[in-house]
Write a new protein. Structure first.
Length: 365
């Protein structure tokens, strides 16, 4: 079942992959210095415009990854064996590559022995994008536990779960409100001795797995209805993500503050926050209507199959591409877009070639 090609998933997977690369191309324009660095209002504007639309890429990856897998169609052991080959082995390969080989211009202070030691507990910070794979593994572990429930729950029961999960997307903002009003950020049972509040148990990325299942099972709208729902949903979600981020940026430039400021700014960009969730669901609904084959799809399909490998390797190429493009004297938006495009094309070609080699699946999934 998981090997069947669903056309819209291939398109969406490729678009989400490019969106992730764009997100990482935006980061140098607001992260740096003491932690948070924004050179001028022009950079702040374009980072806000781009990134507020792009943060839904990670939820889209979760939804595309689970669409054909959830609920499980095989026994749990077979499910995990396939995930080990497709996810764990490539993760191990690329974790070691990043541990031993410094990225362009990042050799100063590079310590491969320390990098190897770090891997016993977590990814290395210079390969921070690998956090996604650790999270994805957790989602895969949870899926066999949720599968019996999703097979038995009614449509109404699934709607109640999604509604309750939607409330949890407000938690980042509730934390800020509680801190401003009461001097402490904890809400609904959270405390410095307990980070697992009442809403914790129905929160997180598993919500996107359930939403993808709900859309697959119950939603088959016309183009007219899809656009009538999805466009306003996307617009509202984008506004929430953008307006919060923009409102937290200091008005005096350059901004050079500790990383805590970037963390505050990014509250509306958290992957399980309200605005990001709305833009993700809206785009998923729109892409679900796509059924275009032909020449374009013949290009998209192999890139989609190699998208995991593209994700794993892209930081190597991105750092070098950004260093090159930054010397061309372009304005910020063109620097971001061209760096992302160069990175995406190079990684796509390399990943597709590797995928066709013997044993390529152990490198690019």
């Amino acid at each position: 079942m998981e090997n069947q090609r669903v056309i819209f998933l291939d398109y969406l997977r490729v678009v989400a992959c490019f969106m992730v690369i764009l997100v990482h191309c935006c980061e140098p324009f607001y992260l740096g210095g003491l932690g948070t660095y924004i050179a001028n209002s022009y950079d702040a504007f374009w980072v806000t415009i781009f990134d507020s639309a792009l943060r839904c890429a990670v939820p889209l990856f979760i939804m595309t990854s689970s669409y054909l897998l959830f609920p499980l169609k095989t026994d749990t052991a077979s499910f995990f064996r396939r995930r080990a080959v497709r996810v764990l082995i490539p993760l191990a390969v690329w974790s070691l590559i990043y541990a031993f080989i410094p990225m362009w211009g990042c050799s100063e202070g590079f310590d491969w022995k320390q990098n190897l030691a770090n891997l016993t507990l977590n990814f290395n910070m210079h390969s921070g994008h690998l956090w996604f794979v650790y999270m994805l593994i957790g989602v895969y572990i949870a899926m066999p536990l949720f599968s019996p429930w999703i097979e038995k729950v009614s449509k109404r029961g699934e709607q109640i779960f999604i509604a309750a999960w939607a409330v949890t997307t407000l938690v980042p903002f509730l934390h800020q409100a509680a801190l401003a009003l009461f001097g402490r950020a904890e809400v609904y049972g959270e405390a410095n001795w307990n980070e697992f509040g009442s809403l914790y148990y129905i929160s997180g990325f598993i919500g996107y797995v359930v939403i993808a299942h709900y859309i697959r099972t119950y939603i088959d709208w016309s183009w007219k209805k899809t656009l009538a729902v999805a466009i306003p949903m996307w617009a509202v979600g984008y506004a929430i993500a953008a307006l919060w981020f923009w409102s937290q940026i200091p008005t005096q430039y350059p901004v050079n503050e500790p990383i805590d400021l970037a963390v505050l700014m990014e509250q509306s960009w958290r992957f399980c926050s309200t605005g990001v969730a709305m833009t993700a669901v809206a785009l998923f609904l729109i892409f679900k209507k796509i059924n275009c084959t032909g020449a374009l799809y013949r290009i998209v399909a192999p890139i989609s199959k190699a998208s995991y490998g593209i994700y794993l390797m892209h930081m190597f190429v991105l750092v070098a591409a950004l260093a090159a493009v930054s010397t061309w004297g372009l304005v910020t938006p063109w620097t971001i877009v061209l760096t992302a495009a160069i990175t995406f094309v190079i990684c796509s070609v390399v990943a597709v070639i590797i995928s066709k080699l013997p044993g390529g699946k152990y490198i690019v999934g």
